[in-house]
Design a protein around this ligand. Structure first.
Ligand SMILES: [Zn+2]
Length: 361
């Protein structure tokens, strides 16, 4: 199954980002994985934790079991109130900046089907001059679905607790390596895992658990429950990381197209140094470009995996993304490809002996 081409890579990424699922509403994402895996190998059995994390294992009863984790949930909203005049109030699920939320399209996922919505905003005509540069408070935000009463909103099927996601589809920009979409965080990580699964169905040197976790954006909850079930000896979270190579970006200068990110540390994890050294060695050996960011706020699934049981050597590998947590994040295809290459090279070079060496370091 090796040698899936660029077109197939981008088609998969397009499919994955088009799926909708906020924390605890990842069912359609999980279903997609099930179908993908069944088409790949109809004998493969998937397993699940009780929070919905979806697990595909390559099992050979090896001593070394590598858990690769990418989260299925995307940031979004939840319907919290329907007003008498037919507008919809919401609470945010995951980290949103108020600045990026106004005048955008959204989909409300109701039991009766999907409903198009827009975050309404006052026109400049009604905003006093001294307030035009200010961020409007999030508590004033609402969704407009084109209804004039609460009754009408309820009739079309909107209910409290419905989840809401951005309404954008993947697009390639003028340089087609620049790929823009919602939910690259972390459907890009999922894409890396699924591509790696295609390449490693017959891997024998180690056991691998490909884990598609739930509820990462609200506190890496699925990573905790799934790592308990998987009980890995090594762990890697595959996620997206911040690229800041734009006007006004931070000075870390993580650049699109300059390589996969081998994270130095984030708010939830300091990587196991032996495992980190091994991964850097592999990246060098295979000429895979990499960057080394530190992330002062936020973490990945690694924050839970590394605390499982008696502890699991763990690290985060990230695909850099501009404008994370918005309708229009951008990644570079080469970084995505390099993440797939690095994961596959890590798998190829692991063994019981290598594991012992890593643990001594
Ligand atoms: Zn993420």
């Amino acid at each position: 199954m090796k040698n899936r081409n660029k077109k197939e890579h981008i088609e998969l990424l397009s499919d994955l980002t088009a799926l909708s699922g906020t924390a605890s509403h990842e069912q359609s994402v999980s279903k997609y994985i099930k179908n993908f895996v069944n088409e790949l190998d109809s004998n493969k059995i998937l397993s699940y934790d009780n929070l919905g994390s979806t697990i595909v294992e390559i099992n050979n009863n090896n001593k070394v079991k590598l858990m690769l984790s990418a989260h299925m949930d995307e940031i979004g909203l939840m319907v919290s109130e329907i007003t008498d005049n037919g507008f919809i109030k919401f609470i945010t699920i995951g980290g949103w900046l108020a600045q990026v939320m106004l005048a955008h399209e959204w989909i409300i996922h109701t039991k009766k089907g999907d409903i198009l919505a827009v975050t309404g905003v006052k026109p400049p005509h009604l905003v006093p001059q001294d307030q035009r540069d200010k961020v409007f408070p999030l508590s004033n935000y609402f969704l407009d679905i084109g209804c004039s009463s609460k009754k009408e909103v309820l009739e079309v099927g909107v209910a409290l607790g419905d989840f809401v996601t951005p309404n954008t589809k993947l697009k390639q920009l003028s340089n087609p390596n620049y790929i823009m979409s919602k939910a690259l965080d972390d459907r890009a990580g999922m894409g890396v895992l699924l591509e790696s699964l295609c390449d490693n169905l017959n891997t024998k040197n180690i056991d691998i658990a490909y884990v598609f976790s739930t509820q990462e954006e609200v506190g890496t909850r699925g990573a905790k429950t799934s790592s308990y079930l998987v009980n890995p000896t090594l762990g890697i979270a595959i996620d997206t990381g911040v690229a800041d190579d734009y006007i006004g970006g931070n000075p870390y200068q993580q650049k699109l197209g300059e390589g996969v990110q081998i994270v130095l540390l984030d708010a939830g994890t300091i990587p196991h140094q032996g495992f980190r050294n091994f991964i850097i060695e592999i990246a060098k050996k295979y000429n895979i470009p990499y960057q080394e960011p530190y992330i002062s706020a936020g973490g990945t699934d690694a924050s839970k995996i590394h605390l499982n049981g008696g502890g699991v050597p763990c690290i985060s590998l990230c695909v850099p993304v501009r404008y994370m947590h918005s309708h229009t994040s951008i990644l570079h295809y080469e970084d995505y490809l390099n993440a797939i290459k690095l994961v596959n090279a890590i798998i190829e070079n692991l063994s019981s002996e290598k594991y012992e060496e890593i643990m001594k370091d």
